[in-house]
Design a protein around this ligand. Structure first.
Ligand SMILES: Cc1ncc(COP(=O)(O)O)c(C=O)c1O
Length: 317
């Protein structure tokens, strides 16, 4: 155990390029606009979508440096923690998940954390004040020391998996789309949490295409985050991108009756499961933009399906 595989991407056997699927949807049809879904949710059964794009470059770096323990951060329902735990199990390396909320330590694990533990991830619960400072080197060093870990063996991946390496991984998604999309597809939409996926996607797309990000959190911090991630990854701005902040529906994990109705109808009509925290908000926002005439007749819009429904949800496995 814990000797990292030389080529994690090959060892994990992804389905790449992920499929590009056209769906006929009246919300777009009636404006003469084609809707193309980039099914990145199908890229890997346990490390889907943007989790794959972000984790693999970090796993490669860990392997190259001989680091056998992944340490990362997340909330109690984090998709990123689950994907990291699965990747570590499949590659035979160690994983530690630092979880927000010391009060959770004494309680039964929820299904998401139980999955992480079943995959062999060691879980460490920290109080919220410490968790907020998790990007400070001194705080990280203290946490690692408390866990008995030596920094030479550890690869620390930030919350949500978004760092410069992850942004490079997401640029590969942009390049993949660039090879697949018709010239008429001027807009590529993606839902945003930390902004890492958008930062890379925009950089990978060619001239004449714009990445359009739909933040699922409230607040106007994201533009600065995306710029910062692009600076860290590429040294400065890259690609054409913008944000449309109107569709967070109240904030992270919040929803509205209209969003729920939209997602259910989209699932029924197209027979594909819609992840609710991110993907539903992006698709809903795109439908509104089509109604507003944002896309010229005769063009196409590509939407990145960044992940499947969360396990244990009414819509997931
Ligand atoms: C399914 C899904 N879509 C989109 C995102 C947003 O990605 P990012 O944090 O890179 O903006 C996430 C979070 O990682 C996610 O789980």
């Amino acid at each position: 155990m814990s000797r990292p595989s030389a080529d994690p991407a090959a060892a994990l056997r992804p389905r790449l390029p992920s499929p590009l699927q056209e769906v006929r949807d009246a919300r777009f049809d009636r404006h003469g606009v084609r809707l193309l879904l980039k099914r990145d949710d199908l890229a890997h059964p346990e490390i889907p979508g943007n989790k794959w794009r972000k984790l693999v470059p970090n796993l490669r770096a860990a392997a190259a440096e001989g680091r056998g323990t992944l340490v990362t951060f997340g909330g109690a329902y984090s998709n990123h923690l689950r994907a990291t735990a699965a990747a570590a199990r499949l590659l035979g390396i160690r994983a530690v998940g630092i979880v927000r909320g010391h009060e959770l330590a004494g309680r039964p694990l929820n299904p998401s954390l139980a999955r992480c533990a079943a995959d062999g991830m060691r879980l460490s619960f920290v109080d919220r004040a410490t968790y907020r400072r998790k990007d400070e080197p001194g705080v990280v060093a203290g946490l690692l020391a408390g866990l008995g870990l030596t920094s030479g063996d550890v690869c620390v991946v930030p919350e949500g998996g978004s760092n410069a390496l992850a942004v490079h991984g997401c640029a590969e998604l942009g390049r993949e789309l660039e090879r697949e999309l018709p010239a008429a597809a001027g807009t590529v939409a993606v839902a945003c949490g930390t902004g890492g996926t958008l930062a890379g996607l925009a950089a990978g797309l060619g001239a004449g295409r714009r990445a359009l990000g739909f933040p699922v959190l409230k607040g106007d911090f994201l533009e600065g985050e995306v710029r910062g991630l692009q600076r860290a990854a590429f040294g400065g701005p890259a690609g054409d991108w913008r944000l449309d902040g109107r569709f967070h529906c109240g904030g992270f994990a919040r929803t509205t009756g209209e969003l729920d109705a939209f997602a259910e109808e989209f699932e029924d009509r197209h027979g594909l499961p819609v992840e609710r925290l991110y993907v539903a908000k992006m698709l809903y926002g795109l439908g509104v933009l089509a109604r507003e005439g944002a896309f010229a007749p005769g063009t196409a819009v590509a939407a990145v399906v960044t992940g499947p429904p969360e396990p244990g949800s009414a819509h997931g496995a």
